[in-house]
Design a protein around this ligand. Structure first.
Ligand code: FCB
Length: 467
C-alpha cells in the first residue's frame, strides 16, 4: 500500500485508565470506588477479577514512562482516580493521592511526553454512589469541585484536560442494563445519569477554564449507526432513534445548547424529565477546545414494526422496536466488527454536523488472543514466548484505522491526533483480564512488560509520522 503522511503537528500517543492499570487499591488513603464494589459482586466480572493489583502501575509508573519514551510516544492520556484524590468524593483532598499524579506528570515531562488528563474514567467514589451516584444531581457539583482540586495541583504543568470518558457507558451500562458499575438496571435512572454527567462536564469545564486550563474537552464514544438495509424506511427510523440515544443526546446539548426534540419525547415516555432545569443546557454547552472520539466498531440496526426486535437495556425504550444485528466477521476478541470505514464516516459526520471543534481519536485499538512467536518453549505459556507476541491481527487493525483516519483528514476533518487503546494489557471491565488490548504484553504473575510486535510497528509509524 502507498505511503501516507499525517499533518505536521499531528499527535501520536497511547491511552489508559486509572482503575484498569493502577492497582494499589488501598494505598495512601485511596477510598473505595464503584468498581471495587462491583468487581466484588459475584457474577459481575469475569472470574471475579478486580483492579486491586491490575498492572501495578501505581508502583511501576516510572518504568512505564520509560517504556513509552522508548516507543516514541508523544502524548499519554491517563485518568485520575477520583477516590484517590477525594476518598469520599467530597470534602478535603487527600494529598498523598495527588502526589502520585504529581510524580507521574513530572516523569512524563522529563521524557518529553505530553500529559493528557481525564478526570473521570468510571471510578466514582462509592460514598457518592451511596448517595445516588450519577442519578443524583449533587454528584455533578461534586465533580466540578474535584476537577478544580486536581487542576489546582497539576494545572501548572498539565495543559490538556478531559472531563469525562464515554458518558454513554457510565449512564447506559452503569444504570441502564447494569453490565458495568454500579450495576443498576433502571431505564429512567440511565437518562437521569446522562443529564447529570453532562451537567457535571459543563460545571467542570467552567471551573477548569476559570482556573486557566489550556485545553478542555470531553471524550465520547459516538457510534457510526448503520441501517441493516439501506433501502428500508423502518431501518432508517431505527437508525434515527439509536443515533438520538447514542449520539445526539450528548452532541446536541454540548454543541447546540439543547437536547433534540425527538430524544426528549422519547425520554419523557420513560421518565419525567424533572431533572432538566432551566439553564442546565447553557452550562452543558460551555465552549470546549477539543472533542475526543473513541472508536472501535460500527453498529448495525433494523427497525421492527412488528415489535419482535430484541432492543436492549443499553438503549432504554428500544425494546421490541429495534434489532441490533449480530456483528458480522471479521471480529476482534471482544466480538466487535472490524470496519475502518466506519471511522471515516463518523469523523466526517461529526465535522459536518458539529463544526468548529477540533477532533482527536482518544481511543482506538483491538483485543486479540495474543499468540507467542516461536521459539516459545514447551514450558512457556502461550502469550509469553521468548520471541514476544507477534500480533499481526492488531497491527492490521491499527493500520486500517489509521488509513481511515487519514482519509477523514484528506476530506477536510480537523483531526489533531491518534491515541492507541491501550499501552498495556489491562483490566477490561466486566471482561476482567482475559481480553488483551495492549501493544505491550503484561505477565500478571510477574508484572513483566514485553512490547508486542504492534508496539515496535507503532514506534515506526510515529517516527515516520505516517504509514
Ligand atoms: C472503552 C473504554 C476503555 C476500554 C475500551 C476497550 O469503551 O473507554 O476503558 O475498556 O473501551
Amino acid at each position: 500500500m502507498s505511503a501516507l503522511h499525517f499533518p505536521e503537528n499531528f499527535r501520536w500517543g497511547t491511552a489508559t485508565a486509572a482503575y484498569q492499570i493502577e492497582g494499589a487499591a488501598r494505598d495512601d488513603g485511596r477510598g473505595p470506588s464503584i468498581w471495587d464494589t462491583f468487581s466484588r459482586t459475584p457474577g459481575k466480572v469475569y472470574q471475579g477479577h478486580t483492579g486491586d493489583v491490575a498492572c501495578d502501575h501505581y508502583h511501576r509508573y516510572a518504568d512505564d514512562v520509560e517504556l513509552m519514551a522508548g516507543l516514541g510516544i508523544q502524548t499519554y492520556r491517563f485518568s485520575v482516580s477520583w477516590p484517590r484524590v477525594q476518598p469520599d468524593g467530597t470534602g478535603p483532598v487527600n494529598p498523598r493521592g495527588l502526589d502520585f499524579y504529581d510524580r507521574l506528570v513530572d516523569a512524563l515531562l522529563a521524557r518529553g511526553i505530553d500529559p493528557m488528563v481525564t478526570l473521570y474514567h468510571w471510578d466514582l467514589p462509592q460514598t457518592l454512589q451511596d448517595r445516588g451516584g450519577w442519578a443524583a444531581r449533587e454528584t455533578a457539583e461534586h465533580f466540578a469541585d474535584y476537577a478544580a482540586a486536581v487542576h489546582g495541583r497539576l494545572g501548572d504543568r498539565v495543559d490538556s484536560w478531559t472531563t469525562l470518558n464515554e458518558p454513554w457507558c457510565s449512564a447506559y451500562l452503569g444504570y441502564g442494563n447494569g453490565v458495568h458499575a454500579p450495576g443498576i438496571a433502571d431505564p429512567g435512572a440511565a437518562f437521569t445519569a446522562v443529564h447529570h454527567l453532562l451537567l457535571g462536564h459543563g460545571l467542570a469545564a467552567r471551573a477548569l477554564h476559570a482556573a486557566g486550563a489550556g485545553s478542555v474537552g470531553i471524550t465520547l464514544n459516538p457510534a457510526d449507526v448503520r441501517p441493516a438495509d439501506p433501502d428500508s424506511a423502518a431501518d432508517a427510523a431505527a437508525v434515527r432513534l439509536v443515533d438520538g440515544l447514542h449520539n445526539r443526546i450528548f452532541l446536541d446539548p454540548l454543541f447546540r445548547a439543547a437536547y433534540p426534540e425527538d430524544v426528549l419525547e422519547h425520554v419523557a415516555r420513560i421518565v419525567p424529565p424533572a431533572f432538566l432545569r432551566d439553564g442546565d443546557e447553557k452550562v452543558i454547552a460551555t465552549p470546549i477546545d477539543l472533542l475526543g472520539v473513541n472508536y472501535y466498531a460500527p453498529l448495525y440496526v433494523a427497525g421492527r414494526p412488528d415489535g419482535a426486535g430484541g432492543g436492549g437495556g443499553a438503549f432504554p425504550g428500544t425494546d421490541g422496536a429495534v434489532e441490533f444485528l449480530p456483528p458480522a466477521g471479521p471480529l476482534t476478541d471482544m466480538g466487535w466488527m472490524i470496519e475502518p470505514a466506519g471511522l471515516t464516516r463518523l469523523l466526517e459526520r461529526l465535522a459536518t454536523d458539529y463544526p468548529g471543534v477540533p477532533l482527536m481519536i482518544t481511543e482506538n485499538g483491538a483485543a486479540f488472543p495474543d499468540h507467542a512467536a516461536p521459539p516459545a518453549g514447551p514450558d512457556q505459556p502461550a502469550t509469553e514466548g521468548a520471541g514476544g507476541v507477534v500480533d499481526t491481527d492488531r497491527i492490521a487493525y491499527l493500520d486500517g484505522h489509521l488509513r481511515a483516519a487519514h482519509e477523514a483528514i484528506a476530506r477536510g476533518v480537523d483531526l489533531r491526533g491518534y491515541l492507541v487503546w491501550s499501552l498495556l494489557d489491562n483490566f477490561e471491565w466486566a471482561e476482567g483480564f482475559r481480553k488483551r488490548f495492549g501493544i505491550v504484553h503484561v505477565d500478571y504473575r510477574t508484572q513483566r512488560r514485553t512490547p508486542k510486535a504492534s508496539a515496535h510497528w507503532y514506534h515506526q509509524v510515529i517516527s515516520r509520522n505516517g504509514l
